[in-house]
Design a protein around this ligand. Sequence first.
Ligand SMILES: Nc1ncnc2c1ncn2[C@@H]1O[C@H](COP(=O)(O)OP(=O)(O)OP(=O)(O)O)[C@@H](O)[C@H]1O
Ligand SMILES: [Mg+2]
Length: 295
Amino acid sequence: MDQADQLRKMVNKQKKVRKVSRVITVTSGKGGVGKSTLSVNLAIALSRMGKRVIILDADFGLANVEVMLGIRPQHNLADLMFRGKELKDIITEGPEGVGFISGGSGIQELSRLTRDQVIYLVQKLYELDELADIILVDTGAGIADTVLEFVSASNEVLVVATPEPTSITDAYALLKTLNRKSDFVKENTSIRMVANRIKDAEEGENLHQKLSVVVEKFLNIKVEYLGGILNDANCQKAVMQQDPVMLSFPNSNTASAIQKIAAKLIDVQLDNDDKSGIAHLFNRWMKTIYKKKKG
Ligand SMILES: Nc1ncnc2c1ncn2[C@@H]1O[C@H](COP(=O)(O)OP(=O)(O)OP(=O)(O)O)[C@@H](O)[C@H]1O
Ligand SMILES: [Mg+2]
């Protein structure tokens, strides 16, 4: 039995007995549109609804989730992989019981793992599937190839866009690129959109309309609208205070908009199949990376 068989066997065994978490990958075509803001505050809203939520920060550059949550994680994914840390050591507790895992440079290192290391990681991630009901993956700015591959391996993608002129065309470009990825399976992926920094509800709906019409026509992909968040100076203030807007401005428009988005997310019917969960997602992602390496 080669290692691929071994991995398959392990995966098959695990999926029969274990529960998996719901993984929602937050992404955008253009950077700086509010992915981290949404991830952090959505996590808090979902946690208040009784869900066990973990944010996985795949944003290599600015580490802004940490800043927004006002926490300083001791360890990251690389410590789990290479320095003998356990999963519990790399999860930092943030406000309202939200867990946080820093990708650190770990994410980039992950693309260089050996098969044995991948097996080890996937094993660890099965534990994570048991610890969390929902894992929000905050992807970084721009569309680096490894990130795109991660997005295309995801079952649930949340696209953030703003009324800035290029935001929708960039979101379209992102979905178009995704659509070309060999491991992107339209039927298994739900794509939802949040409009951020809008001036009123109508602007958000128009934005969604614009994106969904072209995406449906040219890519045959449906984009569901989850809701909009007004442009709100409290968001910037919250970053300065290192306290998420849900906590520092609980009565703001933004807080209630995010509450609504969370409720809508919880409301969707999921047919959790054997492709769900963070362990499976990583497994799929790693496979694509290997395939590419072999080229
Ligand atoms: N609804 C909003 N109203 C006003 N400002 C906002 C809103 N949402 C986000 N911002 C501000 O926009 C800036 C960028 O937000 P954020 O860091 O969440 O974006 P991002 O998409 O994660 O960026 P990156 O692509 O660099 O990771 C921050 O200063 C944030 O406070
Ligand atoms: Mg960010």
